[in-house]
Structure formats: structure tokens, C-alpha cells
Design a protein around this ligand. Structure first.
Ligand code: PMP
Length: 295
């Protein structure tokens, strides 16, 4: 198999030569933004919304991206094409770039763009059949006025602290609450519940990233006539839900069958989840920006 090629600032370099400076503020301070994107069946899923979110995240932290959104989309597609990735995971990173050892981002003359097209397996296959057992953790989601969770920044320490709590508790994922005690999201996924005939997910203003997968699921649910609401959610709503599942680019849709030791609904994988998963799989076959030679 040909060696993996990684895009860095205008060049495609072999994996072993793809290196960034130790003075890059993405490394020194987590100063930058990123996207995780999926390719399915030779097409880049929801490329437009990912690029839009990347530029919004960058704008929110005052980071100037040195290429246009159109060029950025082309970088993603070309990375897949060169690596023969028809089904895979693309990591697109924009860091503040090289500066000195101080915090000052204005001393970093040019943002750096990195694109890695590879593959991913987030959770073991059997968990998609059996469902996850997860817990609420003590680490609250970042306060939106401190570091807004709507910014997909390179600084994931908040989520990593929460993930560590979950793993130490013997489970794979964590429900993170906001500082008011309402449900925000999991460490790398959005949360949905099916309760009293309604599909509910917290609004992004509660401390959640506006997930691309989340928005696709909302569209799919509405298209099949389900009632969908972006509503404030408490743990009571979760404990008394009929079904629960998580969404994310890496995880796709994964069911949750237990939270904080309480079975969700009957404790099995429910019909609403199964239906939406089928619809999502069908969508990935038709949606997306084609990769030349692979779609
Ligand atoms: N929340 C967080 C904190 C995330 O990092 C992610 C992405 N992994 C998501 C939600 C899901 O968003 P998306 O569907 O766009 O991947």
C-alpha cells in the first residue's frame, strides 16, 4: 500500500515527514480549531457544514485562516483522493501557527493548516449492538463565557477530564452537565433522548457543540414525521426516557442503555434508534461531496 500523505500548508508529505514546529501555538497552548469529518462511499459527508463550522470557530477565536472555504474543501477532497480514502475519517486542523513562547497570538504571523485522511474505530463493534452504559461526571462543561463549547477548539482538556472520570468509573463515556446542572453533551458526542413521543436534544446554548451528525439526525427525524425539540434537559429526563443515543462524526449513532445505573426504557436498543440508524446509513450513501475517482 502507498505511504499515507498528510497535507501541511500547501504540501502533501509522507506520514513520517509530516511534522509541525514545537513553537506552534496549537501545540504550546491548544490555540487553534479543528474538524473531524467522515467520507462514506467515496463522498465527503456534509463537507459544507463542516467547513462552515471550522470558519465560525476560527472567527470566534480571532484566527484568520489563510485560504478560502472553497480551497479548504478542496484540500479535504484532495487528501482523500491522494490517499485512496473512500470510507474514512479526516482530521482538519488550523492552528495559530508558529510564534514565540509567550501567549500573544498576534506574534504568530500565519495560521497552519493540516489535513490527515485516515480511518477510525471509536467504540468496539459490539457496543453498537448492545448499547453503552455511561455515567454523569462531576467535571462540568466549560462555561460558555469562558470557552464556548460551540467553538471546536484544539483545547479538549475539559472533555478529557470528564472522559478520565468515566473510564475510572469503569465506563466508556460521560454525561457532562453545564454549570446550571442541565445536560450539555458527552465528551465527544451529542445526546438525544426519546421521551413521551418526542425526540429531544439540548440546544447548543446549554453547552453543546452543534454537531453535524446531530443536525443530520434532526433532519432525518423530522423527515420521517417525528416530533423533534431542542430543549433544556435534566438528568430526570434522561432517567425517565424511553430511549437514548449519542451522535458524533466518529461514533456515528450509538445507543445508550444505562445511565448512572438506571436502565433507559426497557434497557435494550429501541425502535426509534434503529430506524434513525437505518436512515443515517442510507443518507451516507447519497449525501456528500464526491471524491474524484472514488465516488
Ligand atoms: N460534542 C463534542 C464535544 C465533540 O467533540 C463532537 C465531535 N466529536 C461532537 C459533540 C459531535 O459533533 P459532530 O457530529 O459534528 O462530530
Amino acid at each position: 500500500m502507498a505511504e499515507q500523505l498528510v497535507y501541511i500548508d500547501g504540501e502533501f508529505l509522507p506520514k513520517n515527514e509530516a511534522k509541525v514546529s514545537v513553537f506552534d501555538h496549537g501545540f504550546l497552548y491548544g490555540d487553534g480549531v479543528f474538524e473531524g469529518i467522515r467520507a462514506y462511499h467515496g463522498k465527503v459527508f456534509r463537507l459544507g457544514p463542516h467547513i462552515e463550522r471550522l470558519y465560525e470557530s476560527a472567527k470566534a477565536i480571532g484566527l484568520v485562516i489563510p485560504v478560502s472555504p472553497q480551497e479548504m474543501g478542496d484540500i479535504v477532497i484532495e487528501s482523500c483522493r491522494r490517499n485512496g480514502i473512500a470510507n474514512g475519517y479526516i482530521r482538519l486542523v488550523v492552528s495559530r501557527g508558529v510564534g514565540d513562547l509567550g501567549l500573544n497570538p498576534y506574534l504568530c504571523p500565519k495560521a497552519s493548516i493540516i489535513c490527515i485522511a485516515a480511518t477510525i474505530q471509536l467504540y468496539p463493534v459490539e457496543l453498537y449492538e448492545k448499547g453503552l452504559d455511561i455515567v454523569t461526571v462531576a467535571t462540568p462543561r466549560n462555561h460558555p463565557e469562558a470557552l464556548n463549547p460551540r467553538i471546536k477548539s484544539l483545547n479538549y482538556l475539559n472533555n478529557i477530564m470528564a472522559k478520565m472520570e468515566a473510564i475510572r468509573a469503569g465506563v466508556q463515556e460521560a454525561v457532562m452537565l453545564n454549570l446550571q446542572g442541565f445536560v450539555a453533551e458527552c465528551t465527544g458526542d451529542n445526546i438525544f433522548i426519546w421521551r413521551r413521543g418526542k425526540l429531544i436534544t439540548p440546544p447548543s446554548t446549554e453547552g453543546a457543540l452543534e454537531g453535524i451528525t446531530r443536525n443530520a439526525v434532526i433532519d432525518l427525524a423530522r423527515a420521517k414525521g417525528l416530533v423533534v425539540a431542542e430543549e433544556r434537559m435534566s438528568r430526570f429526563d434522561i432517567y425517565t426516557a424511553d430511549e437514548m443515543f449519542l451522535t458524533g462524526t466518529g461514533a456515528e449513532l450509538i445507543p445508550v442503555v444505562k445511565v448512572d445505573g438506571r436502565a433507559i426504557g426497557e434497557g435494550g436498543v429501541g425502535p426509534v434508534f434503529k430506524g434513525l440508524l437505518e436512515d443515517f446509513k442510507a443518507l451516507t450513501k447519497v449525501d456528500g461531496a464526491p471524491i474524484p475517482g472514488l465516488s
